[in-house]
Design a protein around this ligand. Structure first.
Ligand SMILES: Cc1cc2nc3c(=O)[nH]c(=O)nc-3n(C[C@H](O)[C@H](O)[C@H](O)COP(=O)(O)OP(=O)(O)OC[C@H]3O[C@@H](n4cnc5c(N)ncnc54)[C@H](O)[C@@H]3O)c2cc1C
Length: 435
């Protein structure tokens, strides 16, 4: 009988306190780094066997880089960590009374539990958006979008009916935040530099790229001046930006807007919201708006002493951030680093240090050579912002090989205007989603 048959996730028995961490994203990874080789047993549980670098997903979706370039296997990452055990499993339930975690491969006991499960796409309860469209929250989503887009272009190339050609080659992106803006910019370049070469059959019609935003401006999290700059860049790149517009329905072909206006687009990408990815079994009163887990300013779930939440799935209210921090990488990284120190303090009966978010700014890129940045008091856009954006993303990527491969891809694309990864490796099948 193996350990899984006994319903236990086999992690070596130890006298050391066991810290179980669910999720190896930005938050979980930085927590583990801080606990490296300290006197605790760390068990990382993640449903994937790799860490994924979400900020560059849009480049995978638009054929700019390969999926392997933004993923890194956990076992390789922790090969020099003597106190870390990795288990690929999906956590399904938490029993906080008995300190047990149920997963699809068995049960594990914890002394301390940290939930760092991140977020998932929030389709606002609209199953049609979910079934006929794609969110962008994982490498799998990015590959789905890439396959769907390229498959639709293949179909467009062989139909003789003009309106079908237009529908199959057009893309609707919902949500004018950073992800929506970045996909729109990348697709506009695809349309300009790749489409005429790869698909001469589509010269007779115009591929339309729509970016739909419910509020009055793009990039709500940035100063107004940068929203205007972004709108200007995208308009010059022939993206149809529809502000103050919400989508009422989508049936796989027709996008119906509020006010009953409509247009056709066979590719529909939803980037208009995320919500916390939380596991069942937590006290009801600890779940707040956007499905995030309410914690005190140490990241500890309000009614529990040994269960913490950090990163996107946590809502850590502090004096300076009474509504919680934004769901972006920096808070997750900073919370992971601090919790490593705090857990050791807790184990040694010392006082923990409350979390204070250090805002390092926000950036978004709009295609080749253009980006906008808001860093402390500096607000700027253009080539310099794009250089900073590129540098920060390169150094933040996990793995030396990944950094080299992305640099080569970017340089290649910079000088040749090429996107080298427009292959349909695995076909996108709509039926899978609507089942
Ligand atoms: C497309 C996109 C672009 C983005 N761009 C930027 C950007 O440019 N700048 C920026 O600062 N932020 C960006 N973000 C946000 C940023 O990526 C997140 O804020 C950050 O990843 C949060 O880190 P995390 O550790 O909380 O969660 P994640 O990084 O999402 O990690 C969560 C981990 O938990 C695992 N997991 C989830 N549920 C379970 C379960 N039940 N069982 C086991 N494992 C589970 C997942 O597999 C994953 O590995 C972007 C996000 C997206 C989706």
């Amino acid at each position: 009988m193996n350990c899984l048959d006994r319903g236990l996730i086999c992690a070596a028995e130890t006298e050391l306190p066991r810290v179980v961490i669910v999720g190896g994203g930005f938050a979980g990874l930085n927590l583990i780094k801080g606990l490296k080789n300290l006197p605790v047993q760390v068990v990382l549980i993640d449903k994937n066997n790799f860490h994924q670098f979400l900020p560059l997903l849009y480049q995978v979706a638009t054929s700019g880089i390969e999926p392997d370039n933004i993923a890194f296997p956990y076992r390789k990452l922790f090969e020099k960590y003597r106190n870390v055990v990795f288990r690929m499993a999906e956590v399904t339930h938490i029993n906080t009374t008995h300190n047990k975690l149920s997963t699809n491969i068995g049960v594990i006991h914890y002394d301390y539990l940290v939930l760092a499960c991140g977020s998932k796409t929030n389709f606002l309860g609209n199953t049609d958006f979910e079934n006929f469209g794609s969110g962008l929250n994982s490498v799998t989503d990015a590959l789905d979008i890439r396959s769907r887009l390229l498959q639709n272009l293949e179909k467009a190339a062989v139909t003789c009916i003009e309106h079908e050609k237009r529908e199959l080659s057009s893309v609707a992106i919902v949500g004018g935040g950073a992800t929506g803006v970045e996909i729109a910019g990348a697709l506009a370049e695809f349309k300009r530099y790749i489409l005429p070469k790869d698909y001469p059959e589509l010269n007779s019609v115009e591929m339309k790229i729509y970016l739909i935003e419910a509020t009055g401006r793009l990039l709500q999290a940035m100063p107004e001046k940068l929203s205007e700059k972004t709108l200007h860049y995208l308009s010059r790149m022939n993206v149809d930006v529809l502000l103050n517009t919400s989508v009422n329905s989508y049936d796989g072909k027709k996008v119906v807007l509020a006010g009953e206006k409509s247009f056709s687009a066979a590719t529909f990408i939803w980037t208009a919201g995320v919500k916390g990815d939380i596991v069942k079994g937590l006290p009801r009163e600890s779940i707040s708006r956007q499905n995030r887990i309410l914690t005190d300013d140490f990241g500890r779930i309000l009614t529990l002493n040994n269960v913490f939440a950090i990163g996107d799935n946590a809502l850590i209210k502090t004096h300076t951030n009474p509504h919680g921090h934004p769901m972006i990488a920096q808070p997750a990284i900073q919370q992971g680093k601090l919790l490593a120190k705090n857990l050791m303090k807790l184990i040694q009966n010392e006082s923990m240090v409350p979390f204070e978010y250090q805002d390092k700014g926000t950036m978004a890129t709009i295609g080749r050579k253009k980006a906008v940045a808001s860093i402390k008091k500096l607000k700027f856009g253009g080539f310099f912002a794009w250089l900073i954006w590129s540098f920060i993303h390169l150094v933040s990527l996990i793995g030396f090989r990944n950094k080299i491969m992305v640099t080569i891809n970017w340089l290649w694309s910079y000088f040749t205007y090429e996107k080298g990864n427009r292959v349909i490796i695995r076909r996108y099948e709509e039926v899978k989603k609507s089942e």
